[in-house]
Design a protein around this ligand. Structure first.
Ligand code: KG4
Ligand code: ZN
Length: 348
């Protein structure tokens, strides 16, 4: 009889921004625990994430979050096969806390270390809940990233388009901040926009002039228009009204994203699409996607926003290929690999 392969249990740690998270995942998909300590209540006092405070808070919470993840999973550190941690990209101080902690833990317990790319992990996240065949178009929409990729395998990802300035979540958050809706502003924009008329302001499309990068995004000028020049774009005969403005602005942001997805489908012939990141929670976007002709996969919200289950999950794929980290690996705040390439793919 063939032997059943041993279960590989990986402890994942995530501290790239303002979520301190730990999780135990078996064989890349079975999530035994998924603990997330969000610092949002602290950062909202300042209207956004304060990097120095984020790093200090990670220092205070990471041990407890990690202990809780192991306890909920029902395993001690000695029963874990490897420790995985987010290496890049993110806030450098926050990343370093997670990496230093993971190194200490792995060294003390005699376990191998896996250094995980946060963007690859987001694009892997839907596989925690569903079997999805490769390839697919991975669309990452968050406060820090906006990109469309062709995902051929867990580590083979080609960026087709990315933002050249603000991420879509940042564009929503900044407009919300200007109109004093609190932080993060995306959910407030979503809520207020539901009572507004999305056609009351006619903003210019957030476009990029260069035709060599038709899948890139630019939200910075659009955001400025909504903050400083909104009345200029009000339809004749209408009075300024915040829900109307937010509904029109939100529609512009998401129609741009839908337009780029349509172009990516056209370029690649790939209709299987995975949407991830906190902005994927948006109700307008979800309603539009539900009417699209594409095969859409959106992970549940706990795996859209930053979490360590996606880190421990993808780490299993690293481990299967013996992609372990050296002890001297460090953090990177930015990564070049995920800049969009000035190239147009042909249909296949
Ligand atoms: O993925 P995420 O939790 O963190 C990173 O930025 O990595 O995404 C946070 C972003 C914020 O910009 C927040 O405003 C946005 O997701 N967001 C939303 C909604 N819920 C969260 N944006 C629009 N509509 C929502 N319902
Ligand atoms: Zn993220």
């Amino acid at each position: 009889m063939p032997e059943t392969p041993a279960a590989i249990r990986i402890l994942g740690l995530e501290t790239s921004c303002d979520e301190c998270a730990a999780s135990v995942v078996v064989n890349g998909t079975e999530v035994l625990s998924n603990v997330v300590f969000s610092q949002i209540d602290t950062h909202k006092l300042y209207g956004g994430v304060v990097p120095e405070i984020a790093a200090r808070m990670h220092t205070e919470s990471i041990q407890g979050v990690c202990d809780q993840a192991l306890r909920q999973a029902g395993y001690g550190l000695s029963e874990i096969d490897a420790v995985a941690v987010t290496q890049k990209p993110g806030l450098i101080g926050s990343l370093l806390i997670g990496i230093s902690f993971a190194k200490g833990l792995a060294l003390a317990a005699g376990k191998p270390l896996i250094a995980v790319d946060h963007i690859l992990a987001h694009l892997y996240a839907p596989r925690l809940e569903a079997e999805i065949d490769y390839p697919y178009l991975g669309v990452l929409l968050s406060g820090g990233h906006t990109m469309i990729c062709l995902v051929e395998d867990f580590h083979r990802v080609e960026v087709l388009g990315a933002t050249i300035d603000d991420a879509c979540g940042e564009a929503l958050d900044k407009v919300a901040k200007h109109y004093q809706l609190g932080y993060p502003g995306g959910p407030a924009v979503d809520r207020l926009a539901q009572t507004g008329d999305p056609d009351s302001y006619v903003f210019p499309k957030p476009n990029i002039k260069s035709s060599s990068r038709p899948l890139d995004f630019s939200f910075s000028g659009f955001k400025t228009a909504a903050i400083w020049q909104s009345e200029q774009f009000l339809k004749p005969g209408r009075s300024p009204h915040l829900p109307d403005l937010l509904a029109s602005y939100q529609k512009g942001v998401f129609q741009t994203i839908l337009d780029r997805i349509a172009k990516a489908v056209e370029q690649t012939g790939q209709k299987r699409i995975v949407i991830g990141g906190g902005v994927a929670a948006n109700s307008y976007l979800r309603a539009q996607l539900a009417q699209s002709p594409w095969e859409i996969h959106t992970p549940s919200l706990q795996y859209c926003t930053d979490n360590a289950a996606m880190i421990a999950g993808i780490a299993y794929q690293y481990s299967r290929r013996d992609l372990y980290a050296d002890w001297d690996f460090s953090a990177y705040s930015r990564v070049e690999e995920f800049r969009s390439l000035p190239k147009v793919r042909t249909k296949r």
